[in-house]
Ligand binder design. Structure first.
Ligand SMILES: Nc1nc2c(ncn2[C@@H]2O[C@H](COP(=O)(O)OP(=O)(O)OP(=O)(O)O)[C@@H](O)[C@H]2O)c(=O)[nH]1
Ligand SMILES: [Mg+2]
Length: 422
Protein backbone atom coordinates (compact mmCIF):
# COMPACT_ATOMS: atom_id res chain seq x y z
CA UNK A 1 0.00 0.00 0.00
CA UNK A 2 1.06 3.53 -0.66
CA UNK A 3 0.94 5.65 2.49
CA UNK A 4 2.30 9.15 2.32
CA UNK A 5 1.36 10.44 5.78
CA UNK A 6 1.75 9.22 9.33
CA UNK A 7 1.52 10.54 12.86
CA UNK A 8 3.86 9.00 15.38
CA UNK A 9 4.92 9.46 18.98
CA UNK A 10 8.61 9.41 19.82
CA UNK A 11 10.32 9.52 23.16
CA UNK A 12 14.01 9.57 23.98
CA UNK A 13 15.19 7.37 26.83
CA UNK A 14 15.61 8.90 30.29
CA UNK A 15 19.10 9.37 31.59
CA UNK A 16 20.17 6.94 34.32
CA UNK A 17 20.35 8.27 37.88
CA UNK A 18 23.63 9.05 39.55
CA UNK A 19 24.45 6.79 42.51
CA UNK A 20 25.10 7.61 46.15
CA UNK A 21 27.75 5.29 47.53
CA UNK A 22 30.83 5.32 49.74
CA UNK A 23 34.02 3.37 49.50
CA UNK A 24 34.30 0.48 51.89
CA UNK A 25 37.79 -0.73 52.37
CA UNK A 26 39.18 -3.00 54.98
CA UNK A 27 41.06 -0.53 57.11
CA UNK A 28 39.22 2.64 56.02
CA UNK A 29 36.03 2.83 58.05
CA UNK A 30 34.68 5.90 56.28
CA UNK A 31 35.79 5.97 52.65
CA UNK A 32 35.05 8.83 50.27
CA UNK A 33 32.00 9.07 47.98
CA UNK A 34 32.05 6.59 45.11
CA UNK A 35 28.67 6.85 43.38
CA UNK A 36 29.02 6.61 39.59
CA UNK A 37 27.14 8.65 36.96
CA UNK A 38 24.03 7.48 35.16
CA UNK A 39 24.24 6.69 31.45
CA UNK A 40 22.67 8.80 28.71
CA UNK A 41 19.25 7.74 27.39
CA UNK A 42 19.01 6.73 23.73
CA UNK A 43 17.78 9.32 21.21
CA UNK A 44 15.17 8.67 18.55
CA UNK A 45 16.62 9.45 15.12
CA UNK A 46 14.96 9.43 11.71
CA UNK A 47 17.07 8.44 8.73
CA UNK A 48 16.27 8.78 5.01
CA UNK A 49 16.53 5.36 3.39
CA UNK A 50 16.49 5.15 -0.42
CA UNK A 51 15.20 1.59 -0.20
CA UNK A 52 11.82 2.68 1.18
CA UNK A 53 8.88 3.92 -0.86
CA UNK A 54 6.09 4.59 1.64
CA UNK A 55 5.36 5.37 5.27
CA UNK A 56 3.26 2.24 5.65
CA UNK A 57 5.25 0.85 8.60
CA UNK A 58 4.24 3.82 10.72
CA UNK A 59 0.59 2.87 10.37
CA UNK A 60 1.15 -0.47 12.01
CA UNK A 61 3.15 0.98 14.85
CA UNK A 62 2.84 4.55 16.09
CA UNK A 63 4.80 4.66 19.38
CA UNK A 64 8.58 4.57 19.51
CA UNK A 65 10.68 4.81 22.64
CA UNK A 66 14.42 4.64 22.96
CA UNK A 67 15.83 2.81 26.00
CA UNK A 68 16.83 4.52 29.19
CA UNK A 69 20.42 4.87 30.38
CA UNK A 70 21.62 2.60 33.19
CA UNK A 71 21.86 3.96 36.69
CA UNK A 72 25.25 4.66 38.16
CA UNK A 73 26.58 2.23 40.76
CA UNK A 74 28.97 2.12 43.65
CA UNK A 75 32.72 1.81 43.20
CA UNK A 76 32.50 4.70 40.72
CA UNK A 77 30.86 2.49 38.15
CA UNK A 78 29.09 4.58 35.50
CA UNK A 79 25.84 3.38 33.99
CA UNK A 80 25.89 2.33 30.35
CA UNK A 81 24.39 4.78 27.82
CA UNK A 82 21.50 3.39 25.81
CA UNK A 83 21.76 2.94 22.03
CA UNK A 84 19.91 5.37 19.75
CA UNK A 85 16.73 4.17 18.11
CA UNK A 86 17.04 4.79 14.36
CA UNK A 87 13.77 4.79 12.40
CA UNK A 88 14.05 4.58 8.63
CA UNK A 89 11.82 6.72 6.41
CA UNK A 90 11.68 7.15 2.62
CA UNK A 91 13.83 9.82 1.00
CA UNK A 92 11.61 12.88 0.60
CA UNK A 93 10.01 12.69 4.04
CA UNK A 94 9.14 16.05 5.60
CA UNK A 95 9.17 15.89 9.40
CA UNK A 96 6.95 18.25 11.39
CA UNK A 97 6.22 18.75 15.04
CA UNK A 98 2.55 17.77 15.28
CA UNK A 99 1.78 20.41 17.88
CA UNK A 100 3.36 23.46 16.25
CA UNK A 101 3.26 22.16 12.67
CA UNK A 102 6.80 23.50 12.21
CA UNK A 103 9.09 21.67 9.82
CA UNK A 104 11.88 20.03 11.79
CA UNK A 105 13.63 18.52 8.81
CA UNK A 106 13.21 17.65 5.16
CA UNK A 107 15.09 14.44 4.59
CA UNK A 108 16.03 14.53 0.93
CA UNK A 109 19.52 13.03 0.99
CA UNK A 110 19.97 9.31 1.43
CA UNK A 111 21.46 8.75 4.86
CA UNK A 112 20.43 12.15 6.15
CA UNK A 113 19.37 11.98 9.79
CA UNK A 114 17.51 14.12 12.28
CA UNK A 115 17.32 13.74 16.04
CA UNK A 116 13.62 14.03 16.81
CA UNK A 117 13.69 13.16 20.51
CA UNK A 118 16.98 13.47 22.35
CA UNK A 119 17.76 11.08 25.16
CA UNK A 120 18.16 12.52 28.65
CA UNK A 121 21.58 13.18 30.12
CA UNK A 122 22.64 10.83 32.89
CA UNK A 123 22.70 12.19 36.46
CA UNK A 124 26.04 12.69 38.18
CA UNK A 125 26.93 10.39 41.07
CA UNK A 126 27.82 11.71 44.51
CA UNK A 127 31.54 11.28 43.81
CA UNK A 128 31.24 14.37 41.61
CA UNK A 129 29.95 16.54 44.40
CA UNK A 130 32.72 16.12 46.92
CA UNK A 131 34.29 19.41 47.98
CA UNK A 132 36.74 20.30 50.73
CA UNK A 133 33.74 21.44 52.77
CA UNK A 134 31.57 18.47 52.09
CA UNK A 135 33.72 15.42 51.61
CA UNK A 136 30.88 12.95 51.96
CA UNK A 137 27.89 14.29 49.95
CA UNK A 138 24.85 12.14 50.43
CA UNK A 139 23.09 13.22 47.27
CA UNK A 140 23.37 12.52 43.55
CA UNK A 141 21.58 13.84 40.47
CA UNK A 142 18.65 12.15 38.86
CA UNK A 143 18.90 11.49 35.14
CA UNK A 144 17.15 13.98 32.85
CA UNK A 145 13.97 12.77 31.21
CA UNK A 146 14.11 12.05 27.48
CA UNK A 147 12.38 14.44 25.07
CA UNK A 148 9.01 13.43 23.73
CA UNK A 149 6.80 14.70 20.95
CA UNK A 150 4.27 13.77 18.33
CA UNK A 151 5.50 14.00 14.76
CA UNK A 152 3.75 14.36 11.45
CA UNK A 153 5.56 12.60 8.66
CA UNK A 154 4.70 13.49 5.12
CA UNK A 155 6.26 11.97 2.04
CA UNK A 156 6.76 14.31 -0.89
CA UNK A 157 8.17 12.48 -3.86
CA UNK A 158 11.26 13.71 -5.65
CA UNK A 159 10.73 14.44 -9.35
CA UNK A 160 11.69 17.10 -11.90
CA UNK A 161 8.41 17.38 -13.78
CA UNK A 162 4.85 16.96 -12.48
CA UNK A 163 1.86 16.02 -14.64
CA UNK A 164 -1.38 17.76 -13.74
CA UNK A 165 -4.80 17.77 -15.35
CA UNK A 166 -8.38 16.60 -15.07
CA UNK A 167 -9.12 12.91 -14.66
CA UNK A 168 -9.01 11.01 -17.93
CA UNK A 169 -6.94 13.71 -19.67
CA UNK A 170 -4.24 11.17 -20.52
CA UNK A 171 -1.57 11.84 -17.87
CA UNK A 172 -0.81 8.19 -17.25
CA UNK A 173 -0.89 7.44 -20.96
CA UNK A 174 1.73 10.15 -21.47
CA UNK A 175 3.91 8.80 -18.65
CA UNK A 176 3.81 5.29 -20.07
CA UNK A 177 4.65 6.67 -23.51
CA UNK A 178 7.75 8.57 -22.37
CA UNK A 179 9.15 6.25 -19.68
CA UNK A 180 9.37 2.63 -18.68
CA UNK A 181 6.67 3.16 -16.05
CA UNK A 182 3.48 1.17 -16.61
CA UNK A 183 0.72 2.92 -14.70
CA UNK A 184 -2.86 1.78 -15.00
CA UNK A 185 -4.70 3.48 -17.87
CA UNK A 186 -8.44 3.33 -18.44
CA UNK A 187 -11.30 5.21 -19.97
CA UNK A 188 -12.84 6.41 -16.72
CA UNK A 189 -11.92 9.11 -14.20
CA UNK A 190 -9.75 8.41 -11.15
CA UNK A 191 -7.93 5.50 -12.66
CA UNK A 192 -4.78 6.68 -10.95
CA UNK A 193 -5.16 6.54 -7.18
CA UNK A 194 -1.54 6.85 -6.07
CA UNK A 195 1.34 8.70 -7.70
CA UNK A 196 3.62 7.06 -10.28
CA UNK A 197 7.18 7.99 -11.10
CA UNK A 198 8.91 7.44 -14.42
CA UNK A 199 12.33 8.25 -15.82
CA UNK A 200 12.54 9.90 -19.21
CA UNK A 201 15.82 9.17 -20.99
CA UNK A 202 16.32 11.21 -24.08
CA UNK A 203 19.90 10.18 -24.70
CA UNK A 204 23.09 9.41 -22.78
CA UNK A 205 23.29 12.91 -21.34
CA UNK A 206 19.71 13.86 -20.77
CA UNK A 207 17.19 12.36 -18.42
CA UNK A 208 14.65 13.56 -15.92
CA UNK A 209 12.04 12.19 -13.56
CA UNK A 210 8.31 12.67 -14.08
CA UNK A 211 5.55 12.28 -11.49
CA UNK A 212 2.02 11.32 -12.56
CA UNK A 213 -0.64 12.01 -9.95
CA UNK A 214 -4.41 11.47 -9.69
CA UNK A 215 -6.60 13.92 -11.59
CA UNK A 216 -8.10 17.07 -10.10
CA UNK A 217 -11.72 18.14 -10.47
CA UNK A 218 -13.61 21.30 -9.74
CA UNK A 219 -14.09 21.66 -6.00
CA UNK A 220 -11.15 19.40 -5.16
CA UNK A 221 -10.11 21.93 -2.51
CA UNK A 222 -13.42 21.22 -0.78
CA UNK A 223 -12.73 17.51 -0.99
CA UNK A 224 -14.37 16.70 -4.32
CA UNK A 225 -12.90 13.67 -6.07
CA UNK A 226 -9.66 12.68 -4.39
CA UNK A 227 -9.12 16.20 -3.04
CA UNK A 228 -5.86 18.07 -3.28
CA UNK A 229 -3.61 16.00 -1.08
CA UNK A 230 -1.80 14.37 -3.98
CA UNK A 231 -0.50 17.75 -5.04
CA UNK A 232 2.12 17.32 -2.34
CA UNK A 233 3.91 15.01 -4.74
CA UNK A 234 4.40 17.73 -7.31
CA UNK A 235 5.38 20.38 -4.77
CA UNK A 236 9.05 19.64 -5.29
CA UNK A 237 8.92 19.52 -9.07
CA UNK A 238 10.46 22.37 -11.06
CA UNK A 239 8.08 22.25 -14.00
CA UNK A 240 4.40 21.39 -14.35
CA UNK A 241 3.05 19.83 -17.51
CA UNK A 242 -0.65 20.48 -17.80
CA UNK A 243 -2.19 17.63 -19.76
CA UNK A 244 -5.21 19.29 -21.34
CA UNK A 245 -7.69 17.24 -23.34
CA UNK A 246 -8.61 18.89 -26.64
CA UNK A 247 -10.37 16.07 -28.53
CA UNK A 248 -14.17 15.75 -28.61
CA UNK A 249 -14.72 18.93 -26.61
CA UNK A 250 -15.96 22.43 -27.39
CA UNK A 251 -13.59 25.39 -27.25
CA UNK A 252 -15.32 26.66 -24.14
CA UNK A 253 -15.01 23.34 -22.39
CA UNK A 254 -11.28 23.16 -23.10
CA UNK A 255 -10.67 26.64 -21.74
CA UNK A 256 -12.88 26.03 -18.73
CA UNK A 257 -11.05 22.80 -17.93
CA UNK A 258 -7.74 24.63 -18.10
CA UNK A 259 -8.97 27.24 -15.64
CA UNK A 260 -10.49 24.71 -13.24
CA UNK A 261 -7.19 22.90 -12.77
CA UNK A 262 -5.28 26.12 -12.18
CA UNK A 263 -7.92 27.35 -9.79
CA UNK A 264 -7.52 24.18 -7.74
CA UNK A 265 -3.72 24.50 -7.82
CA UNK A 266 -3.99 27.99 -6.39
CA UNK A 267 -6.12 26.70 -3.54
CA UNK A 268 -3.43 24.24 -2.62
CA UNK A 269 -0.59 26.73 -2.85
CA UNK A 270 -0.20 29.91 -4.87
CA UNK A 271 3.45 28.92 -5.26
CA UNK A 272 2.41 26.15 -7.63
CA UNK A 273 0.99 28.74 -9.99
CA UNK A 274 4.39 30.39 -10.18
CA UNK A 275 6.04 27.20 -11.43
CA UNK A 276 6.68 27.13 -15.15
CA UNK A 277 3.65 25.43 -16.67
CA UNK A 278 3.72 23.85 -20.10
CA UNK A 279 0.55 22.75 -21.84
CA UNK A 280 0.42 19.33 -23.48
CA UNK A 281 -2.75 19.60 -25.58
CA UNK A 282 -3.67 15.92 -25.71
CA UNK A 283 -5.83 13.69 -27.92
CA UNK A 284 -5.27 15.70 -31.11
CA UNK A 285 -6.07 12.49 -32.97
CA UNK A 286 -9.74 12.85 -32.00
CA UNK A 287 -12.28 15.03 -33.84
CA UNK A 288 -12.07 18.71 -32.93
CA UNK A 289 -8.56 18.30 -31.55
CA UNK A 290 -6.69 20.33 -34.16
CA UNK A 291 -9.22 23.18 -34.12
CA UNK A 292 -9.10 23.40 -30.36
CA UNK A 293 -5.31 23.55 -30.46
CA UNK A 294 -5.52 26.59 -32.74
CA UNK A 295 -8.04 28.13 -30.39
CA UNK A 296 -6.01 27.70 -27.20
CA UNK A 297 -2.87 28.86 -29.00
CA UNK A 298 -4.74 32.07 -29.74
CA UNK A 299 -6.10 32.51 -26.23
CA UNK A 300 -3.29 31.08 -24.03
CA UNK A 301 -0.32 31.01 -26.37
CA UNK A 302 1.16 34.29 -25.22
CA UNK A 303 1.50 33.03 -21.62
CA UNK A 304 2.12 29.32 -22.08
CA UNK A 305 4.11 27.06 -24.34
CA UNK A 306 1.66 24.68 -25.99
CA UNK A 307 2.57 21.30 -27.46
CA UNK A 308 -0.13 19.47 -29.41
CA UNK A 309 0.25 15.75 -28.77
CA UNK A 310 -1.41 12.41 -28.97
CA UNK A 311 -0.15 10.42 -26.04
CA UNK A 312 -1.97 7.40 -27.40
CA UNK A 313 -0.48 7.55 -30.91
CA UNK A 314 2.86 8.97 -29.82
CA UNK A 315 2.56 12.12 -31.91
CA UNK A 316 4.25 15.40 -31.00
CA UNK A 317 6.05 13.91 -28.02
CA UNK A 318 9.71 14.53 -28.90
CA UNK A 319 9.52 18.33 -29.16
CA UNK A 320 7.77 18.44 -25.78
CA UNK A 321 10.49 16.35 -24.15
CA UNK A 322 13.34 18.40 -25.60
CA UNK A 323 11.66 21.57 -24.53
CA UNK A 324 11.33 20.24 -20.97
CA UNK A 325 15.00 19.23 -20.97
CA UNK A 326 16.08 22.69 -22.05
CA UNK A 327 13.77 24.38 -19.60
CA UNK A 328 15.11 22.25 -16.73
CA UNK A 329 18.67 23.06 -17.71
CA UNK A 330 17.88 26.77 -17.89
CA UNK A 331 16.39 26.98 -14.40
CA UNK A 332 18.74 28.60 -11.91
CA UNK A 333 18.39 25.84 -9.35
CA UNK A 334 18.45 22.17 -10.05
CA UNK A 335 17.35 19.13 -8.12
CA UNK A 336 14.56 18.79 -5.63
CA UNK A 337 12.99 21.73 -3.87
CA UNK A 338 13.80 21.41 -0.19
CA UNK A 339 11.21 22.51 2.31
CA UNK A 340 12.23 24.19 5.51
CA UNK A 341 11.20 26.76 8.01
CA UNK A 342 12.65 26.11 11.43
CA UNK A 343 15.54 23.83 11.97
CA UNK A 344 16.87 25.16 15.22
CA UNK A 345 14.89 22.95 17.55
CA UNK A 346 16.42 19.76 16.28
CA UNK A 347 19.76 18.82 14.91
CA UNK A 348 19.86 17.70 11.33
CA UNK A 349 22.78 15.45 10.68
CA UNK A 350 24.13 15.66 7.16
CA UNK A 351 24.91 12.31 5.67
CA UNK A 352 28.55 11.34 5.53
CA UNK A 353 30.02 11.59 2.08
CA UNK A 354 29.09 8.27 0.65
CA UNK A 355 30.42 6.28 -2.24
CA UNK A 356 28.42 3.25 -3.08
CA UNK A 357 29.87 0.64 -5.32
CA UNK A 358 27.46 -0.96 -7.74
CA UNK A 359 29.33 -3.30 -9.99
CA UNK A 360 32.08 -1.17 -11.43
CA UNK A 361 30.27 2.05 -10.83
CA UNK A 362 30.88 4.38 -7.93
CA UNK A 363 28.16 6.66 -6.76
CA UNK A 364 28.81 9.67 -4.62
CA UNK A 365 26.42 11.61 -2.49
CA UNK A 366 26.89 14.36 -0.02
CA UNK A 367 25.29 17.55 1.19
CA UNK A 368 27.43 19.88 -0.88
CA UNK A 369 27.35 18.08 -4.21
CA UNK A 370 25.75 19.89 -7.05
CA UNK A 371 22.25 18.99 -6.03
CA UNK A 372 21.50 17.12 -9.19
CA UNK A 373 24.30 14.74 -8.46
CA UNK A 374 23.41 14.49 -4.81
CA UNK A 375 20.53 12.11 -4.92
CA UNK A 376 21.85 8.61 -4.68
CA UNK A 377 18.40 7.19 -4.71
CA UNK A 378 18.80 3.73 -6.11
CA UNK A 379 15.17 3.51 -6.97
CA UNK A 380 15.50 6.73 -8.83
CA UNK A 381 17.04 5.55 -12.07
CA UNK A 382 17.65 9.09 -13.24
CA UNK A 383 19.65 10.03 -10.17
CA UNK A 384 21.77 6.92 -10.46
CA UNK A 385 22.33 7.63 -14.12
CA UNK A 386 23.39 11.22 -13.46
CA UNK A 387 25.82 10.08 -10.81
CA UNK A 388 27.31 7.53 -13.14
CA UNK A 389 27.80 10.18 -15.78
CA UNK A 390 29.29 12.62 -13.33
CA UNK A 391 31.72 10.03 -12.03
CA UNK A 392 32.82 9.02 -15.46
CA UNK A 393 33.50 12.64 -16.21
CA UNK A 394 35.08 13.69 -12.95
CA UNK A 395 36.78 10.65 -11.53
CA UNK A 396 36.31 9.49 -7.95
CA UNK A 397 38.60 12.00 -6.27
CA UNK A 398 37.08 15.02 -7.89
CA UNK A 399 33.60 13.68 -7.26
CA UNK A 400 34.46 13.25 -3.60
CA UNK A 401 35.70 16.79 -3.44
CA UNK A 402 32.55 18.08 -5.08
CA UNK A 403 30.51 16.01 -2.70
CA UNK A 404 31.95 18.19 0.01
CA UNK A 405 34.58 15.78 1.27
CA UNK A 406 37.91 17.02 2.56
CA UNK A 407 40.97 14.89 3.14
CA UNK A 408 40.56 13.47 6.61
CA UNK A 409 36.79 13.03 6.26
CA UNK A 410 35.13 9.76 6.85
CA UNK A 411 34.04 8.22 3.60
CA UNK A 412 31.86 5.21 3.09
CA UNK A 413 32.41 2.85 0.21
CA UNK A 414 29.78 0.18 0.18
CA UNK A 415 29.47 -0.84 3.80
CA UNK A 416 33.00 0.10 4.77
CA UNK A 417 33.98 3.36 6.34
CA UNK A 418 37.44 4.78 6.18
CA UNK A 419 39.30 8.01 6.32
CA UNK A 420 39.98 9.73 3.03
CA UNK A 421 43.63 10.56 2.57
CA UNK A 422 45.08 12.15 -0.50
N1 LIG B 1 -7.75 9.05 -28.56
C1 LIG B 1 -6.89 9.25 -27.58
N2 LIG B 1 -7.14 8.72 -26.37
C2 LIG B 1 -6.24 8.94 -25.40
C3 LIG B 1 -5.07 9.72 -25.61
N3 LIG B 1 -4.39 9.75 -24.44
C4 LIG B 1 -5.11 9.03 -23.55
N4 LIG B 1 -6.22 8.54 -24.11
C5 LIG B 1 -7.24 7.70 -23.48
O1 LIG B 1 -7.85 8.44 -22.44
C6 LIG B 1 -8.23 7.57 -21.39
C7 LIG B 1 -7.69 8.09 -20.08
O2 LIG B 1 -6.27 7.97 -20.07
P1 LIG B 1 -5.42 7.96 -18.75
O3 LIG B 1 -4.00 8.04 -19.17
O4 LIG B 1 -5.83 6.85 -17.86
O5 LIG B 1 -5.86 9.36 -18.12
P2 LIG B 1 -5.38 10.02 -16.75
O6 LIG B 1 -5.25 11.47 -16.99
O7 LIG B 1 -4.20 9.33 -16.22
O8 LIG B 1 -6.67 9.77 -15.85
P3 LIG B 1 -6.77 9.65 -14.23
O9 LIG B 1 -5.73 8.70 -13.77
O10 LIG B 1 -8.13 9.12 -14.03
O11 LIG B 1 -6.61 11.02 -13.71
C8 LIG B 1 -7.73 6.20 -21.75
O12 LIG B 1 -8.78 5.47 -22.29
C9 LIG B 1 -6.66 6.49 -22.79
O13 LIG B 1 -6.50 5.44 -23.73
C10 LIG B 1 -4.86 10.26 -26.91
O14 LIG B 1 -3.87 10.93 -27.19
N5 LIG B 1 -5.80 9.99 -27.84
MG1 LIG C 1 -3.93 8.33 -14.53
Amino acid sequence: MFYDEAKIYVRGGDGGNGAVAFRREKYVPRGGPSGGDGGRGGSVILEADPGLRTLVDFHYRTHYRAERGEHGQGKNKHGRSAPDLVLRVPVGTVVRDAETNKILADLVYPGQQVVVAAGGRGGRGNARFATPWNQAPTFAEKGEPGEERWLLLELKLLADVGLIGLPNAGKSTLLSRISAARPKIADYPFTTLTPNLGVVRLDEEHSFVVADIPGLIEGAHRGAGLGLKFLRHIERTRILVHVLEVGLLTKEEVLRNFRIVNEELSHYSPKLLERPQVIAANKIDLPGGQENVEFIKASLGSSYRIFPISALKGEGIEPLLWYLTELLASLPETGPIILKDEYEETSVIKPPVTILRQGDVFLVSGPEVERRVAMTDFNNEAAVYRLQQALKRLGVEEALRRAGARPGDTVRIGNQEFEWQE
